[in-house]
Ligand binder design. Sequence first.
Ligand code: P6P
Length: 339
Amino acid sequence: MCSYRTITIERHFIDQQALHPDATGELTRLMHQLAFAAKQITKEVRSAGLSDILGVAGHTNIQGEAVQKLDEISNDVIYRAMDHAGVLCCMASEEREHMIPIPAEFHYGKYTLAFDPLDGSSNIDANINVGAIFSIHRRVSPDNTPGTVEDLLQTGRKQVAAGYIVYGSSTMLVYSTGHGVNGFTLDPSIGEFLLSHPEMRIPEHGKYFSINMGNYHYWSEGVRKYIDHVTTPSHEHGTPYSSRYIGSMIADVHRTLLYGGIFMYPLDFKDPAKPKGKLRLLYEAAPMSMIIEQAGGHSTDGHQSILDVVPKGLHDRVPLFVGARRNVAELLEFLRKYD
Ligand code: P6P
């Protein structure tokens, strides 16, 4: 009987594929290519402090943010791992304004990939956890033709698979195809992702809240009242909770998945250029929400599940409240009462 530690991610993909008799193996190949890209980016991230790839690349992206050199490297590694694989009809990246087509010389596959190649990249120089987030949909346009933006603009509920790769004390790949959540840790000595966190479940509740407190005076009354609640000592309510905020969504949500609590990036009135909040729907909020909901948690924009928000553009932003079911329910009570 092999232990979890010896189940490689490749074997897990094969086992998952066996659950779908009509599977063609395209999704398996897609996930395998993502795992390969993760190993390549791990090598770059681990050596970033020793090679001239820290710091900014000298230009800004569609978001108006300074592009980090590792952003570009990670974006290119994922693109080159996927463009020829014959499993995608198009892609979208945080680092590219428009849809990324599959070159005409390659087969057009039946899936789309939207990704944030390096979330939290502004923290790279401080050696803080960063990572990639990915979202996969089944195309809606005819097979064997070039993909279209409509193939990408689908709700999170329709994701075929989603997940993230976090480069921390170790490299972890966490993903779901709609049948629960599994986490794999890269064993650098053999270059394999091994099943380290089978069937991940988020606790029902947690005494952690994660939010950028510097924006307190820009939030709605409901959000401020909730934060006042979780920071006010009360034996009855078991408060105050502990505050945890890394400033890399991928790391903050990964911790929330493991320990419970809630991560929040509400709509704030600080930046008129971001009337819908800061985080992007397609390749940040929706994939991370699929993971949390598949693990038994909940995710909302304050009004509806993130997974039901219909994207209108590749870089739509949404307010995000995601975490343990009881923590999110508690937050929603304050929004309903005060907003
Ligand atoms: P702030 C990183 O730049 C990011 O997009 C998310 O990963 C993170 O949660 C958020 O921005 C942090 O934003 O305004 O708190 O610095």
